[in-house]
Design a protein around this ligand. Sequence first.
Ligand SMILES: Cc1cc2nc3c(=O)[nH]c(=O)nc-3n(C[C@H](O)[C@H](O)[C@H](O)COP(=O)(O)OP(=O)(O)OC[C@H]3O[C@@H](n4cnc5c(N)ncnc54)[C@H](O)[C@@H]3O)c2cc1C
Length: 434
Amino acid sequence: MVFRPPPRLGGYPLKRTMQTYSIRSLARNARSFHENWTAAWRSPEPKPAYDVIIVGGGGHGLATAHYLAKNHRIANVAVLEKGWLGGGNTGRNTTVVRSNYLWDESAAFYEKSLQLYETLSQELNYNVMLSQRGLMLLCHSQHELHDAHRRAHAMRLNGIDSEFVSRENVLRMVPFLDGSPTARYPLCGGLLQRRGGVARHDAVAWGFARSADAFGVDIIQNCEVTGIRRDATGKIAGVDTTRGAIDAPKVAIVAAGHTSVLAAMAGIRLPIRSHPLQALVSEPVKPMLNVVVNSTQVHVYVSQSDKGELVMGAALDRFQSYGQRGSLPVIEDQMAAIVRLFPIVSRLKMLRQWAGIVDICPDASPIIGKTPVEGLYINGGWGTGGFKATPASGFCFAHTLAKDQPHPLTAPFNLDRFSGGRLIDETAAAAIAH
Ligand SMILES: Cc1cc2nc3c(=O)[nH]c(=O)nc-3n(C[C@H](O)[C@H](O)[C@H](O)COP(=O)(O)OP(=O)(O)OC[C@H]3O[C@@H](n4cnc5c(N)ncnc54)[C@H](O)[C@@H]3O)c2cc1C
């Protein structure tokens, strides 16, 4: 009798063929002056047809490809990227990861994501430089104190670490904060999630790309999707691109900032607004900040990078636009805010400023799941906070693509919630104004 191993959910794992990064391979390659490393991923020509096409080579698209191959054995997949991998919001964000959300749906989803982050470097054999240095949300009024207590209790009920920190202890942890009685914004306390922190954004995209490629996924850069084709019955048939037409029965739109542009190609109108969101980094200074500090009221958040730069983000630009630049008044407000919190930085020079385009839903929660068009799936509307969602988004969206059903963690984030009125209002947890 032939022995057959017991069936597993999603079938038998696909083989992943990639060079491992380890101290041994480093030493081996040092002997040949590091000239024999193989490329981290291939640059294949597009095939005429695939089982699944993912539009968008940011972190979410690449994570989806990785989990489709790894968990569901679907590797006849193309990730089509109009520019370069991670050149969208993935490579433009301020790298904060956390799961300090109020509502149960968000808490469960973002906590899953943080848990996946905690083992991601091992899973991908790629250092995503997760640094769980803690995330401190400052409270400047009694109202914010009440809100922070409420959020801390809600988080604990959901099994997520959270601590309310007194004013004195906030100042102990963040000594350069202006805690004086004459401070423009008085400090009343803080909400701390110790497991929050930062991760290296490029590394997350590159790690997922390397792994997906090793499973056999085709990652095709400089390939813009210009149209979405449907057959005579209305089902998805494929896409038109700047490198020719490609057929597929399933197309997944994972194109943050341009979700509604892509959806319109298939005749779908989404409840999404697209705005520029800016960030800045300062010149490097000696270590002065070892937690991520966020003030919703003063309107800035800041962390210090390994290089010593202060990495800052602030509010959305008020106007809607697809120009990845942003406007001067937001930068001025951001500078005023950081100086109010940390007067010590007033003479620091800013090195770089940039912007990405973020898609905002009315409830500041994402859309992830099926659409009314058979074979078309959407993963977007992540607004200002989708980097932290990257692993769980890929994990759950791959499930939806493979099984044609929502994953339990993302089922509440479907498109129907806007017509059914089941909004998940996370505007406050988004940490910045919308
Ligand atoms: C300044 C800034 C700071 C942020 N800070 C944080 C933070 O600290 N923490 C956090 O959690 N989140 C943060 N975010 C949000 C976060 O960056 C995004 O939610 C997340 O990166 C979205 O990832 P993605 O893979 O969906 O999108 P992207 O990385 O934008 O990938 C989408 C890709 O689709 C491609 N594309 C678009 N149209 C087409 C087309 N027609 N054909 C082919 N490809 C196409 C784009 O080129 C792009 O590469 C920030 C965003 C910005 C802009």
